[in-house]
Design a protein around this ligand. Structure first.
Ligand code: ARG
Length: 250
């Protein structure tokens, strides 16, 4: 009898460890799923192809989910809402070409870095803005709550910064002369410039940054698991393959 109880106890223990310790301590919000919060207007990291969200982040998340034996679900929302969605347990992780910053680290954990970004300046061809210094006194379009928004506000004053919900809305404003330039990450910048005639990216790197997945401070287990998956996917070349697929070498 004693033996059976011990065995049963051992099994329960093993099972609960396996499942991340029952309901409360489960590794993800919904059992068996990995819910990724993103803002899918940020090519080539995340964007719609028909009704499907594709891109670097979507594929990395799918590879991570597979490693963890979870089914990936992507939740598209305003960029502004991602950190709250993750910290409040509506999503498991945010993957959105999101830059690691000291400020964000106060509210959320970041995984290891999987890509680099550069904030660049887009202007209309023939613009009098030819360098970062020329921006002073001109209006700047940015995506709300992005690092581009934060840096532009710090450097040029909030009165000169116009915030848009989507990067592409800032581009439309630039095309219709409602703003004089747009500050945004380099890869989306390239795809916006390729998709719209008459725009150029200034040959200057405003700020360089690291992208990572954000995960709740209350979920160290998922952070460790995602980091392990990212390390494996880096080691076996998967991450590089995904980056190469979407980002052409200069
Ligand atoms: N890298 C910038 C940031 O973290 C912009 C990211 C915007 N991402 C997006 N999916 N819209 O603030």
């Amino acid at each position: 009898m004693k033996k059976i109880i011990t065995l049963a106890l051992a099994m329960i223990l093993a099972l609960s460890v396996f499942a991340g310790c029952g309901k409360k301590g489960e590794m993800t919000v919904e059992e068996g799923k990995l819910i990724m919060a993103t803002n899918a207007y940020f090519p080539p990291y995340e964007y719609y192809e028909g009704s499907e969200i594709v891109g670097v982040d979507a594929e990395i998340a799918a590879a991570v989910a597979e490693k963890l034996g979870l089914e990936l679900e992507i939740a598209d929302m305003e960029f502004d809402s991602i950190i709250t969605a993750v910290s409040s347990g509506k999503a498991d992780m945010g993957l959105a070409g999101m830059t690691v910053t000291e400020e964000r680290l106060k509210n959320i954990n970041f995984s290891d870095t999987y890509a680099q970004g550069v904030q660049v300046v887009i202007v209309k061809q023939g613009s009098e803005i030819q360098s970062i210094d020329d921006i002073t006194g001109h209006s700047i379009g940015v995506q709300l709550a992005t690092t581009g928004d934060i840096y532009a506000t710090d450097d040029f004053g909030s009165e000169n910064v116009v915030e848009f919900n989507k990067g592409n809305d800032a581009i439309m404003a630039l095309l219709s002369d409602k703003v004089d330039c747009v500050i945004i990450d380099n890869e989306p910048a390239k795809s916006f410039v390729a998709a719209n005639e008459g725009l150029v990216i200034l040959d200057t790197e405003y700020v360089t940054e690291d992208y990572a997945a954000c995960i709740s401070k209350d979920n160290e287990a998922l952070l460790a698991a995602v980091n392990k998956a990212l390390a494996d996917l880096t080691a076996d070349g998967t991450i590089q393959k995904i980056l190469d697929k979407y980002i052409s070498a200069e």
